[in-house]
Design a protein around this ligand. Structure first.
Ligand SMILES: NC(=O)c1ccc[n+]([C@@H]2O[C@H](COP(=O)([O-])OP(=O)(O)OC[C@H]3O[C@@H](n4cnc5c(N)ncnc54)[C@H](O)[C@@H]3O)[C@@H](O)[C@H]2O)c1
Ligand SMILES: [Zn+2]
Length: 526
């Protein structure tokens, strides 16, 4: 048996993990309460009850505990006012006293609900968490956060109420469906990414799919994951600082859960997707070395996940309702590497939007898309007044709109197997910012900076700092126009300039970029 403690303002929570079945929980309870025998309300769900309730109740009776039980339906929908009411009714009509106890025997749904009921009944009575899922043992049952969901958001109604003990009888995991084992491991992976060091190296070696781990390895990882959580919560119980790190992968994870309707995707599955989004954003914002990020992506992608259909808009709406917002700004947990998490509010909205698009694409196909090599990425950047294409001086610039040109670019990108992002801005600073993102995201650039071509030293310098192969494109031929258009500040930094060919110039630029990237092997999937 492994045993350690979490010390918080409300006292000490004992955390114990043993290679035992449900009866062990009753024996531990007897040790915990010594000569005293409080009444016990066992809260569990139908799945857990089917496999393990009888053994637990028999053992509790053997230890002279008087018990009542509440068996709820399984699933996230049970974290509701109706079920809370039922739990409180059971306590009140059963005349449970201030020194009686609630025993939450189940996954995170049961521990969140039962812990919350214990926190408000008679202004708070003791509770014991006996988690029966991987996710519960490594995460949900530890740290004293309890609560239920509201239509406006997950876990919106809740409290901090530390259990007196967390008792993990790991043999009950034998009946847990594979999908739940896999999903629960997301919180272990999160813990290893936060903790880094040997823990991360061992996990990395074991692989992302927990159903391939032996029971012994699983138990050891649960223990280490639980310790990471205990250390962080021990230093910051109320999430005034460091505890927020535990939300790694949970910003997009929660958004995905909310956007698809709670219960569609398991919490842990959403966290796996959320971890991928966190790695993606860490790469894009320059915090995480691109090569390391690609390795992490490939590693995370090896865990089998169900496909989930949602839209970037639905994800953005869900992000807006996030509890992690401070003064209207979302706080993101990103990584400089395993063991190097940090909290930031400085992720540009544009990057979040792009990440939502990417996440929707990979989530939709689930596992299959995640195995192919990643595509080379091309950023097409358009400068001022190109939004007016089709309306503005059509005799010079043609009749195609910006949307039409974007369509042609996507088509050309598809032919060359590129992933493409097309952006237009009228603002010089935005153009510089976009180049700076592109520096981390893209393998190549196609630039039509409009009038900035002739004037902007800032754009030229930002381009120089990307060290990316770039092709300059102009719809008209600047050298046949006014003299002030004869100078390009970016030409010497570009591999080629394509001008005077109208929209066909973009297909040409894509082809040139494709040749160059193939010759040099730049951006080939790792
Ligand atoms: N309070 C926290 O700090 C915290 C942290 C993380 C997650 N959570 C919450 O935890 C919940 C998710 O928890 P979960 O993943 O454990 O889900 P869950 O409680 O819904 O359990 C998953 C499924 O496994 C079944 N099950 C549980 N134990 C079993 C066993 N031993 N054998 C067979 N079947 C079993 C359940 O009936 C359910 O169908 C979410 O609501 C999430 O918000 C809370
Ligand atoms: Zn979680």
């Amino acid at each position: 048996m492994d045993s350690f403690e979490l010390t918080t303002s409300s006292g000490v929570t004992l955390i114990r993990l043993a290679d035992e079945g449900a009866e062990w929980i009753a024996r531990e309870l007897a040790v915990l309460f010594g000569a005293r025998r409080p009444r016990v309300l066992v809260v569990t769900d139908e799945h857990v009850a089917l496999h393990h309730l009888e053994a637990l109740l028999v053992a509790l009776r053997t230890e002279d505990f008087v018990c009542a039980r509440l068996v709820i339906a399984p699933g996230e929908a049970q974290k509701s006012f109706a079920r809370l009411r039922e739990a409180l009714d059971t306590l009140a009509t059963g005349s449970f006293a201030r020194d009686d106890v609630v025993l939450a025997f189940g996954g995170g749904v049961v521990t969140d609900l039962a812990g919350f009921a214990a926190s408000v009944y008679r202004r708070g009575i003791e509770w014991i968490a006996a988690p029966t899922t991987v996710l519960g043992m490594v995460d949900a049952a530890i740290g004293g956060k309890t609560g239920i969901n509201h239509e406006a958001g997950k876990n919106l109604i809740g409290s901090f109420h530390q259990p007196r003990a967390v008792l993990c009888a790991t043999r009950v995991l034998a009946t847990l469906p594979e999908r739940e084992v896999r999903a629960g491991a997301a919180e272990i992976v999160k813990g290893a990414l936060l903790g880094g060091g040997e823990f991360w190296r061992d996990i990395e070696q074991a692989g992302a799919d927990a159903t391939t781990w032996s029971a012994e390895i699983l138990r050891s990882f649960i223990l280490r994951g639980a310790r990471v959580k205990v250390e962080i919560v021990g230093r910051d119980e109320r999430e005034s600082g460091e505890r927020a790190l535990l939300n790694l992968g949970h910003t997009f994870g929660h958004a995905l859960e909310q956007a698809t309707g709670y219960g569609t995707v398991a919490h842990g599955e959403a966290v796996f997707y959320g971890l991928r989004a966190a790695v993606w954003l860490s790469r894009l914002t320059g915090a995480l070395d691109p090569m390391r990020a690609d390795e992490l992506q490939a590693w995370l992608a090896r865990c089998e996940l169900p496909g989930v259909a949602t839209t970037p808009d639905a994800l953005s709406d869900a992000l807006r309702a996030d509890k992690k917002t401070v003064e209207g700004k979302l706080r993101w947990i990103l990584l400089r590497g395993p063991g190097e998490p940090f909290i930031t509010a400085g992720v540009p909205g544009e990057a979040v939007r792009d990440c939502a698009e990417w996440l929707c694409a990979i989530a939709q196909t689930g596992r299959s898309a995640r195995h192919g090599p990643r595509k080379r990425r091309v950023l097409v950047l358009h400068g001022p007044n190109l939004n007016l294409l089709g309306e503005r001086e059509p005799e010079i610039y043609g009749r195609m709109s910006h949307d039409d040109i974007a369509h042609e670019c996507r088509e050309a990108a598809r032919q060359h197997g590129f992933e493409v992002l097309i952006r237009q801005t009228n603002h010089e600073g935005d153009y510089v910012d976009l180049l700076q993102w592109g520096r981390r995201w893209a393998d190549g650039l196609i630039l039509n900076p409009g009038a900035f071509t002739h004037t902007s030293v800032a754009v030229r310098d930002a381009l120089a700092a990307t060290y990316l192969p770039a092709i300059e494109v102009h719809l008209s031929e600047p050298r046949q126009r006014e003299e002030f258009r004869h100078v390009s500040l970016i030409s010497e930094l570009c591999r080629a300039t394509v001008s005077g060919r109208g929209v066909a110039g973009y297909a040409d630029a894509m082809a040139r970029l494709s040749n160059f990237l193939s010759e040099t092997g730049v951006g080939v999937a790792r």
